[in-house]
Design a protein around this ligand. Structure first.
Ligand code: SIN
Length: 488
């Protein structure tokens, strides 16, 4: 094995956790630091057999785990919430090491992740039901029961928060979980799994309700699991193309699915908006994780009267970012997940500039000694609505700006995409705000806010952006099935 640069104090176990037991396999894959490019460590890959073993154990424990008292499941999540916060600094360092986001953002992610644990600790106690008289006079009882063994596939951009967003409602509802983390960032969840085991042991709950299945061969795992009807739920966060394949794969076993897929968020700035507030919102909506979020503002529609001033102010805000080593306090712009991603964005921008689909309004100059995984923040002006830089999900720090005159034309253009995750808008007019809320095709709309993600609210999209909701009261319902009892 090559020398590694992540210490066992940070991540003790680098192998799969199969039904609560750490197991070692012969196959291993590399995990790299996106800033230095160094090998962090090797992680043992879960095999198809490990996945089947995890599912067999999940199937066996599901009936009893599903019948635990809600207050026990709530206690598990509260304990995990506390342990997550107590280990915040360690988890944040691991996130930064394997994902590259600056430490301040990694700390914010841990807090965000813990928010799901705390919210669903309470939701476990509020699972709804109903009792009523049928029109014919007999009784009708409606219960909500755990859906069953759940496969949770999580992405690299929020290695902890996207896991707790799925695990917390799954546990709250009484389900057993099999987690498949991204092969780019498996270490955070392997470290967090130690806390899950500690929380389970402290409450005398069965370890076998959790499996972690790291692998660089996701297809082998999903083939093994999605062909087995004992699996009852699939939740995935990632690209629309992979989500669509997983949906097809899950169809024969008719598994419940939640899909949190791609986005192409419009960010609208009307002529009556507070431009300083809009710039602050744009920085939050665009620059978090260097633009690598599915809720990142992807297309900017700015009223022509204020477009130049908005871009000027935005350029000043981008100038104030400090690019560098994400482990150093004060860094506010880290690398992308790898150099290939930076290269992909470079091609997208060059194509737009060379074809005349866009003009370069601003480019943040970066220290040439920074690694190739950095991508410079840029503002593009006079962008054509059908340019790839507008229709593709950029997933990086590029801001294409289009102008509009009429708000209805703007809404039509904002909706002209297969995606429908989130839309942002800045205006000081109530009537324009309502027109936007009513007219925008998106699962989430943010008015005068650049941050929409919140454990207490239903996160999710429409159209090609996905199915189901995570967070809020709605989040737990995706992990429950309805049983209706007719009683004479
Ligand atoms: C994502 O990028 O997939 C989620 C971002 C968020 O929860 O804010």
């Amino acid at each position: 094995m090559s020398p590694v640069s992540v210490s066992p104090d940070l991540v003790k176990n680098t192998s799969p956790l199969v039904a609560g037991v750490w197991s070692t396999t012969s196959q291993a894959f590399d995990v790299h630091n996106p800033f230095t490019g160094e090998l962090l460590t090797q992680v043992h890959s879960a095999s198809g057999l490990d996945a089947r073993d995890a599912l067999s154990a999940a199937h066996a424990i599901s009936p009893s785990w599903g019948h635990t008292a809600p207050e026990q499941r709530s206690a598990l999540l509260s304990t995990l919430h506390q342990l997550t916060l107590e280990n915040s600094e360690r988890l944040a360092r691991i996130i930064t090491l394997e994902n590259g986001k600056p430490l301040t953002e990694a700390r914010a992610e841990v807090e965000y992740a813990a928010g799901y644990l705390s919210w669903f600790a309470h939701e476990a106690l509020r699972i709804p039901g109903d009792a009523r008289r049928a029109p014919g006079g007999h009784r009708q009882l409606v219960f909500h029961e755990p859906v069953g063994p759940s496969l949770l596939i999580t992405p690299w951009n929020f290695p902890l928060a996207m896991a707790t967003r799925k695990v917390a409602p799954a546990f709250a509802a009484g389900n057993v979980v099999l987690i498949k983390p991204s092969s780019a960032t498996p270490l955070t969840i392997l470290a967090w799994a130690e806390l899950v085991i500690a929380a389970l042991d402290s409450l005398d709950l069965p370890r076998s309700i959790v499996s972690i299945l790291p692998s660089d061969n996701a297809a082998a795992l999903s083939t093994a699991l999605l062909s087995d009807a004992r699996l009852r739920k699939l939740s995935f966060t990632g690209s629309t193309s992979v989500g669509a394949k997983l949906l097809a794969q899950a169809a024969p076993i008719v598994a419940r699915t939640s899909m949190e897929l791609g986005g192409n968020a419009p960010f609208i700035v009307h002529d009556d908006a507070d431009l300083d507030a809009a710039v602050t919102g744009a920085m939050a909506a665009k620059m978090r994780a260097s633009g690598q979020t599915c809720v990142a503002a992807n297309r900017f529609y700015v009223h022509h009267e204020v477009a130049h001033e908005f871009m000027r102010k935005l350029a000043i805000a981008l100038d104030s970012l400090t690019a560098g080593d994400p482990l150093i306090e004060g860094t506010t712009l880290g690398p992308l997940i790898n150099a290939n991603e930076a290269q992909r964005i470079e091609s997208l921008v060059s194509q737009a500039l060379h074809t005349g689909d866009a003009h370069l309004f601003y480019e943040r100059s970066l220290n040439p000694n920074l690694p190739a995984s950095f991508s410079p923040p840029r503002i593009l002006s006079r962008v054509k609505h059908h340019a790839s830089i507008v229709t593709d999900e950029i997933f990086g720090p590029v801001i294409p700006v289009m102008t509009y005159t009429d708000i209805n034309e703007c809404i039509t253009q904002a909706n002209d995409t297969p995606y429908g995750l989130v839309a942002y808008a800045y205006t000081n007019s109530q009537s324009i705000a309502w027109r936007l809320v009513d007219g925008l095709e998106a699962g989430m709309v943010a008015i005068n806010r650049g941050v929409i993600s919140d454990p207490t609210a239903p996160f999710g999209g429409i159209k090609s952006s996905g199915l189901g909701r995570e967070g809020g009261h709605e989040g737990i319902m995706d992990y429950l099935t309805t049983k209706y009892v007719a009683w004479q």
